[in-house]
Write a protein that binds this ligand. Sequence first.
Ligand SMILES: [Zn+2]
Length: 234
Amino acid sequence: MQIVDLRGKLPVHKTKKYNIRKASDIRSLAIHHSLTLSGSAQAFATYHVNTNGWPGIAYTYVIDKNGTINQCLDHTTIGYHVGNSNKHALGICMVGDFRTQIPTESQYKSVLELVRWLQYQLPNATNVLGHSQYPGYSWKACPVISMDKLRLNVVKGDDVDMTEAERKEIDSLKQLVSAQANTIRLFEKQVAQIDPPKWFVSEFGSEFIKKKMSNPQMTLEGWRSVAIALRASK
Ligand SMILES: [Zn+2]
């Protein structure tokens, strides 16, 4: 996962400053869409500062349509994005208007990776919520995508590359499974009903088998037992 560091490179308010928190104050990751068909961290920062009069960009991270993750604020900077919950929430915004669009594949993959990475960095950030799931925002069409699915995909983690240790573990499990499959095949061979083996035919003759046996099929073990019994009775 690659993060482009835009901290200190985006427009900020001349006098106003965002408040600061401890990283351990962050209890949730807030997912937003930009509500614009296109856009960028630069464009949002300009709008938030010049039009809204905020100290800086609202979001800590902005994810472009091509999947690029831009860090815009320190984790300890309290951006304005979920009202009264700001102090305990870290804002992640995907560029797009998901009322009419859906996240691109790269964007969705990036948001999952970012959420996993942040939850690892910020152990108290146990919740991953859509903007509209914060108190006072149920009216807000943000981020419109299914948060249940997103949370499930975060946990499933099947789009994450394995570490070398995990890959080795998987390889040795595969070897174990294929060794067991061979054992099962051997076992199936042993219990299979087979025609008289060559050594039985040559010892007792095919005529004998035809005359004395109504159903000349049994397991290899069965043929051995019959052979021993026949030899004993000779
Ligand atoms: Zn939002």
